[in-house]
Design a protein around this ligand. Structure first.
Ligand code: R5P
Length: 337
């Protein structure tokens, strides 16, 4: 564990609070920073309304609210969002000097534009709500599209897990560059895949994907593609949600003679039927970070799943924000995809 250096006076002005979605990640982050996690009372009323209360005085403090917008157990994505929103509201009313919302996984991020008339831009609605409740800054990791930060009128630190994933892939490649190929599962990831391929020194192959407009679970893929025969494919995506994208791509790669398939993504959402699909798919390894809780995925996928901790990156970022340092330097200025 890296202990980040914040002087004691700054510790006293910094308050880390977790929503109920992923307390384990908030705890790991606060442990890394050497700051105690604040005391927050949280409950759900019988009618499913949420309640929170800070157990400590936060007057004059910079409050960091850590909440992934994920579904966990019987709680929905919308519960996670609502809880974050009322935590911001409570912090504002309790005279916090600054409020930073740390959203390791930002739900609704894929609804980032109007694809048809009369649709919402839900990513903008989520971010604007946090701002109008009182958020001064947002921190998020590998958002589906970086442009989404434009909907927040203020500082938005967009972090990336690329260094973590890159290191995990380097361990596998170990200089055998001619045995590997990086695969982008769709056009949206083409640039990211090229960056990984350049860093690893391996070739890159781009796949096409089209979704049915009426039923987004229906994905069309080419039957076979060139350039993967006998190779280990490293497939990189931002999110594994239902796993339709990666499983359909893996099937094409296998039919095309790929030797092994390793998939990586920052966010392992694993909505139904992802886990069953991934168990049955010709995928050898799945690498994700812990931006959302992964207990169920770990149980089902076992050794097929490697989890990289995002906590040191969050801790370093929050330390830089607190000390008025540089967040970009953590990523060598490469957190702008
Ligand atoms: C799409 O453009 C995204 O980058 C992901 O590929 C996609 O959202 C993953 O969703 P699913 O796992 O449900 O296919």
């Amino acid at each position: 564990m890296i202990q980040f250096q914040i002087d004691p006076a700054q510790y006293a002005r910094t308050y880390l609070a977790s929503g109920s979605t992923h307390v384990e990640l908030a705890q790991q982050t606060s442990d890394e920073m050497g700051i105690e996690l604040g005391n927050v009372e949280r409950k759900m009323f019988p009618n499913t309304e949420l309640y929170i209360r800070y157990g400590d005085s936060i007057r004059g403090k910079h409050v960091f609210i850590i909440q992934s917008l994920a579904a966990v157990d019987s709680r929905s994505v919308n519960d996670s969002f609502m809880e974050a929103l009322i935590m911001v509201d409570a912090a504002k009313r309790a005279s916090a000097s600054e409020i930073t919302v740390v959203v390791p996984y930002l739900a609704y991020g894929r609804q980032d534009r109007k694809a048809r008339g009369r649709e919402p831009i839900s990513a903008a609605a989520v971010i604007r709500s946090l701002q109008s409740a009182g958020a001064d800054r947002i921190v998020s990791v590998d958002m589906h599209s970086a442009q989404t930060q434009a909907t927040f009128n203020g500082p938005f630190d967009h972090l990336t897990a690329e260094t973590l994933i890159q290191a995990a892939l380097e361990e596998r490649v170990k200089g055998d560059v001619e045995k590997f190929v990086v695969v982008s599962p769709d056009g949206g990831r083409a640039k990211v895949a090229e960056d990984y391929a350049n860093e690893l020194g391996v070739s890159v192959v781009h796949m096409t994907k089209s979704r049915d407009r009426e039923d987004s679970s229906k994905i069309a893929r080419p039957h076979v593609i060139a350039g993967v025969e006998g190779l280990t494919c490293l497939m990189i995506d931002d999110i594994i949600d239902t796993a339709g994208t990666l499983v359909s791509a893996a099937e094409t790669l296998k039919r095309s003679g790929a030797a092994r398939i390793i998939t990586c993504a920052t966010h392992g959402i694993f909505s139904k039927p992802a886990l069953e699909r991934l168990m049955a798919a010709p995928i050898d390894e799945i690498i994700v970070t812990n931006t959302v809780p992964l207990d169920e995925a770990k149980k089902v996928l076992g050794d097929k799943l490697e989890i990289l901790s995002i906590a040191p990156i969050l801790a370093q970022t929050l330390t830089e924000i607190t000390t008025r340092g540089s967040v970009s330097k953590i990523f060598n200025d490469r957190n702008y995809h």
